[in-house]
Design a protein. Structure first.
Length: 452
């Protein structure tokens, strides 16, 4: 009988990619529903929905930072564990898993304490106003109580898909998302808890997902298991995880910096209603990019395993097919935002002024995302092959080098329009540079050489 991890190197590639990608896409889409469903319900709270939506949107950078730390440990360790599985080094893979668990526990304690202690000044710095701070504070206070559940649910789920169990990984997310969808209207409207109800629903849902993940990774069906003796901060393993995890960490944490920059710019040049448009567009961005990221994340273990096994032709074939699918996905989903923005805008608000303002700026904001699937495919490949330095360069380029400075400079000449136009300029430039980097390094990587 072929083990789940062994089929990554032997099963027919087309069917394998579908079997790995579809559950990963479903898991990513389901996962994003945590925030999307919250915002849909919150935006329709009678009387103050638009202010509540803006307030919850201001908390997004904190949520992104928490997710970024889970990605640091999970996405930094899981590809390395997959490579070790390709080499049949099961003990080495379990050591990486145990170290990730220890890191996630440490991150949970530090993040909870820091953000709870300084949440009010942080939220004001992130774009909250006197009109929205109460809603932002209510939401984040409850959400932070479940930080450890978020860390385990997101950070350890990658170790399930990384050993070829994409369906199990999907079910862990499905459990939480369905719970969240059921609890949201009950707590928000039934118990009249408003944004506090949305936050509580999310915490309960993430707790169930975390329990599912832990149960699998400690059970007999997992190829590698969490073992008590391995739950420690081994210096060498931490550095190895950090070397690869820094790229996805920067990708997600800098998304927080981007949101802070955009929200403060919109508050300065526009006001609460403009910040509200960004709450909607941030959700739409997730709807567009998350399914494509699911494809890339689902396919990544195939490349990592075969790279570890020395089967470079299978790595190349997987990459080519993945990039084509990713590009098609962003062109279709972002194309809707460009051509039919009202389709997305009306999902989140019944306020006509907010909807019309969002429809005005959405086509410009999402124009560059139409080709962003190329960058997502290339960057995932660098991560899959353990090429941390190149992946880090790409992660820094779009957001830190391009988007943040542009979002600060352009409004000085274009007013509030410049905040929205910074996104497509950064996207087009970043994709072009990523393609050049991949062209010049791919030959070395896929020929077995290590680029310097």
């Amino acid at each position: 009988m072929v083990k789940n991890d062994e089929r990554l190197g032997s099963a027919p590639l087309g069917r394998l990619m579908v079997s790995m990608a579809l559950p990963a896409v479903a898991a990513q889409v389901i996962n994003v529903l945590y925030n999307i469903v919250d915002r849909i319900y919150i935006g329709h709270i009678p009387g103050y929905g638009e202010l509540a939506l803006t307030g919850v949107g201001v908390t997004a950078p904190i949520l992104m930072v928490i997710s970024a730390f889970s990605a640091f440990a999970g996405m930094g360790g899981a590809p390395q564990a997959s490579i070790q599985l390709g080499k049949k080094n099961y003990e080495g893979a379990e050591k990486i898993l145990g170290t990730s668990v220890a890191m996630l526990l440490l991150f949970s304690v530090v993040l909870t304490v820091v953000f709870q202690a300084f949440k009010t000044p942080i939220l004001y710095a992130f774009g909250a106003s006197d009109n929205t701070i109460v809603h932002a504070r209510e939401y984040i206070t409850i959400y932070l109580a479940g930080t450890v559940f978020v860390q385990f649910a997101l950070g350890l789920n990658t170790y399930i898909s990384g050993q070829g169990n994409a369906k199990i990984a999907m079910l862990s997310v499905l459990l939480g998302a369905v719970t969240n969808i059921i609890l949201d209207p009950v707590l928000i409207f039934g118990f009249h808890m408003g944004v506090r109800g949305a936050a509580l629903a999310t915490v309960i849902s993430q707790a169930l997902s975390a329990a599912w993940v832990l149960r699998f990774l400690t059970g007999s069906n997992s190829v590698i298991r969490i073992r008590r003796k391995q739950i420690r901060l081994d210096k060498k393993t931490v550095l190895g995880i950090g070397a690869l995890g820094i790229s996805p960490f920067i990708m997600q944490s800098t998304e927080s910096l981007v949101m802070i920059t955009l929200n403060t710019g919109l508050q300065k040049y526009g006001g609460d209603m403009y910040v509200g448009t960004m709450s909607i567009m941030a959700s739409v961005m997730q709807l567009i990019t998350i399914p494509v990221q699911g494809v890339a994340q689902g396919v990544q273990p195939i490349m990592s395993y075969n790279y570890g096994a020395g089967n470079l032709k299978r790595v190349k074939d997987t990459f080519l097919r993945m990039v084509l699918v990713c590009l098609a996905g962003t062109m279709v989903f972002a194309g809707i935002a460009v051509l039919r923005p009202e389709f997305y805008a009306r999902l989140f608000s019944s306020n006509e002024e907010l909807t019309m303002l969002t429809c005005r700026y959405m086509p410009v904001y999402f124009l560059g995302i139409t080709i962003f699937g190329i960058q997502m495919g290339c960057q995932t490949t660098f991560l899959a092959l353990g090429q941390a330095k190149v992946s880090l360069v790409i992660a820094l380029l779009r957001k830190i080098v391009l988007l943040v400075p542009l979002a600060v400079l352009l409004p000085r000449f274009m007013g509030v329009d410049g905040v929205y136009r910074a996104e497509p300029v950064a996207d087009f430039t970043s994709v072009a540079v990523t393609m050049l980097l991949f062209f010049f390094t791919a030959r070395k990587i896929l020929s077995g050489e290590q680029p310097r």
